[in-house]
Design a protein around this ligand. Structure first.
Ligand SMILES: [Zn+2]
Length: 179
């Protein structure tokens, strides 16, 4: 799947679709052969931070961790470079300044092994991003989304939503008390 950097992202229905958000959902790192991409040196902290966010995404957003396996088409059409794991199952939502960035987990391979240099605004947003799935992260995501609830719930939020709905359902089923 290829999107130009900072183009609106329409990868998949739900939170991967720009139409689901109140602020622009921007693509970063959706590289595919033979599309050109920017290269350069990135701050070393960037890769570490991305790896950490991806690792935490499995705990908090497991339902968005699987979107099918994907081979790196840059490696497939050239000599494979580097040995960094190609993470193709994760997607990361990074709160930005009035925007949200959506990047595939493969971005660590692109940066580490293909010298990909993502947009400056994205790099800052990643370095500023609170721990993935934390309350601070959820608040930042909401702030980026024009203060509207993001279409992306953590595991815990999903549990709370189900238990609220179950309580409401049971309350409706309760037989009326006789006068
Ligand atoms: Zn590759």
């Amino acid at each position: 799947m290829h999107f130009e950097d900072l183009a609106l992202c329409y990868y998949h229905s739900g939170p991967c679709d720009a139409n689901s958000w109140s602020s622009p959902l921007l693509s970063v790192g959706w590289l595919e052969h033979p599309h050109e991409y920017s290269t350069g040196v990135t701050p070393p902290a960037l890769l570490d931070r991305l790896e950490d966010l991806i690792a935490r995404s499995w705990d908090h957003y497991p339902s968005f961790a699987f979107r099918g396996s994907h081979q790196c088409s840059l490696c497939a059409h050239g000599s494979p470079v580097g040995s960094r794991a190609t993470r193709s199952h994760e997607n990361l939502w990074i709160p930005g300044d009035g925007v949200i960035y959506l990047t595939p987990g493969m971005i660590t391979h692109y940066i580490g092994d293909h010298s990909y240099s993502p947009p400056e605004s994205f790099i800052h947003a990643v370095l500023d991003c609170p721990d993935y799935g934390s309350h601070a992260y959820c608040s930042a995501l909401r702030a980026s989304n024009a203060n509207q609830p993001p279409p992306l719930l953590t595991n815990q939020e999903v549990d709370e939503k189900w238990s609220r709905e179950r309580d409401q359902f049971l309350a409706r089923r309760r037989p009326p008390t006789s006068a």
